[in-house]
Design a protein around this ligand. Structure first.
Ligand code: SAH
Ligand code: F3S
Length: 475
């Protein structure tokens, strides 16, 4: 009765929350299993950002509930954003759910499961769903435990929860609540501990990380609390790379831009959500910048780090988006030369201001705009990768690749590299000569210190694992 499987939907924040819940459950004597058919307790950690994500989890839950017919002791829980968004209303469609736990109550999951198990053992009848979607002061500090795989090289660290920006399309302020930051000393301690356990690269997580600590810490000599935190983490011995997601364009003031020139561990990769390239749509979205300001930030960052890699989030088909508005987005998308982008078709989220706007854009128009940007992205990615062919890149070797054909790692620009390596190199930053590229991944050979023959041969020149973009680009 103690085998738990957690299935996670959505963003890296959700991945991190699931990992922290897993760590708490393990400490409580539960066993985490990778096989969902061999568990006694199944927890769905859900996403509400788009309707599709909710529909997927709802479908999955309905399917799983059938398991109760032959195993009445099977426990199904819904955690996270959709639990927060829909609460007890989930019971209308899914009356046999055992547990509904919101985004500020993840740390209660072990207690709730203990209670459910005790009730099962005492023969308490079904119909006793536990629902907890309350707010809890200080909940951002409750999830610091990590489950590290053997030789785990990269880790996520949550620095903040919630968001107060109120972008008119976004459900996150509702599902994640007010912006709350964790104490800087605790974050530094957590990162030091991870570095001590062999982690070499840390990605800081939050809904709007650039606002980190704005209500808790003073600026010091024009330096925001977020940059103060980056400075402290940059000084941790053993840690080699720092990344963060997601920032907000408004957070890119001079101190953060200069940090890219000073902080050696800060990777030259910035995820900078644009959403739209039309000033009119940006205003309707309640995004407080213009296309000109955004373009300036990109130019400033490229000036400090000429090799800077950029990724972005775009929404196509926001209510009222005309061909002219989209042309503006397309134009800026091309000008910024993104290396990576997450392109979303606008999805109505009930309760958000944009949901009430007239002029919803028809689905085929959204799809067409989506495809245009995906095409540009693939071309950008090819162009960037062509410039990498034949160069030597610093790669952090993370471990065996998914297909077990070789090893994988990433460049500082967050490009995935497949290479032949040995276990010994896992966790090392190694120079890798790029010998072959595709749209989404690079292939290379380690370069020995002396620079003569390669240490090992590269992954075979054809075949090899394909990522989603690559498969899409070929289709
Ligand atoms: N700051 C957050 C944003 C969360 S939502 C972060 O951590 O990334 C992630 C992205 O989903 C947004 O940047 C936006 O591009 C997209 N998104 C949000 N609401 C959406 C909606 N209603 N329809 C389509 N895309 C949406
Ligand atoms: Fe959502 Fe805008 Fe915050 S996209 S998470 S409300 S910055």
């Amino acid at each position: 009765m103690n085998r738990v499987h957690i299935k996670t939907y959505g963003c890296q924040m959700n991945e991190r929350d699931s990992e922290a819940v897993a760590a708490l459950l393990r400490a409580r004597g539960y066993r985490l299993v990778a096989d969902e058919s061999a568990c006694d307790v199944l927890l769905l950690n859900t996403c509400s950002v788009r309707d599709l994500a909710e529909q997927k989890a709802l479908g999955k839950a309905a399917n799983l509930l059938r398991r109760k017919q032959h195993n009445p002791r099977f426990v199904l829980g819904i955690l996270g954003c959709m639990a927060q968004n829909r609460g007890a209303a989930l019971l209308d469609a899914l009356p046999d759910i055992d547990l509904i736990v919101g985004t500020q109550k993840f740390h209660q999951v072990p207690d709730y499961l203990d209670n459910l198990r005790a009730a099962r053992e005492a023969g308490v009848p079904l119909g006793s769903t536990i629902v907890d979607i309350a707010e809890e002061a200080g909940s951002q500090n409750t999830l610091s435990a990590h489950v590290l795989e053997e030789r785990q090289v990269t880790a996520f660290v949550s620095i903040q929860q919630g968001c107060n920006m109120d972008c008119s399309f976004c459900i996150v302020p509702k599902t994640r609540g007010d912006e709350r930051s964790r104490p800087m000393d605790e974050i530094v301690r957590e990162c030091e501990e991870l570095a001590g356990r062999g982690v070499r690269e840390i990605t800081l997580l939050g809904q709007i990380v650039t606002s980190y600590g704005r209500r808790d810490y003073p600026h010091a000599g024009g330096i925001t609390p977020f940059v103060q935190l980056l400075e402290r983490l940059d000084a941790i011995p053993g840690l080699r790379r720092l990344r963060f997601t997601s920032p907000h364009p408004r957070g890119f003031k001079d101190d953060l831009i200069q940090a890219y020139g000073r902080l050696e561990k800060l990777c030259a990769y910035v995820h900078l959500p644009l959403q739209s390239g039309s000033d009119r749509i940006l205003r309707l979205m309640n995004r407080p910048y213009t296309r000109e300001r955004y373009r300036q930030i990109v130019a400033d960052l490229r000036r400090v780090r000429p090799e800077m890699y950029f990724s972005t989030d775009i929404i196509v088909g926001f209510p009222g988006e005309t061909d002219e508005d989209f042309a503006q987005t397309r134009d800026l998308f091309e000008a910024c030369n993104y290396d990576m982008a997450y392109i979303f078709k606008y999805s109505v989220r009930s309760g958000t201001p944009a949901a009430g706007l007239a002029e919803q854009v028809p689905e085929p128009v959204k799809e067409e705009r989506n495809q245009i940007l995906l095409g540009l992205l693939a071309a950008n990615s090819d162009r960037r990768n062509a410039t990498l062919l034949g160069t030597t890149q610093e790669v952090l070797v993370e471990g065996p690749d998914k297909k077990g054909l070789g090893f994988m790692g990433r460049t500082r620009g967050n490009r995935i590299v497949h290479l032949a390596a040995t276990e010994r190199l896992v966790g090392e930053l190694v120079p890798v000569k790029i010998t072959r590229v595709s749209t989404a991944v690079l292939y290379g050979e380690t370069v020995p210190a002396g620079g003569e023959a390669p240490l090992a041969t590269a992954v075979p020149a054809s075949g090899g694992p394909k990522t989603e973009i690559e498969a899409k680009a070929e289709a």
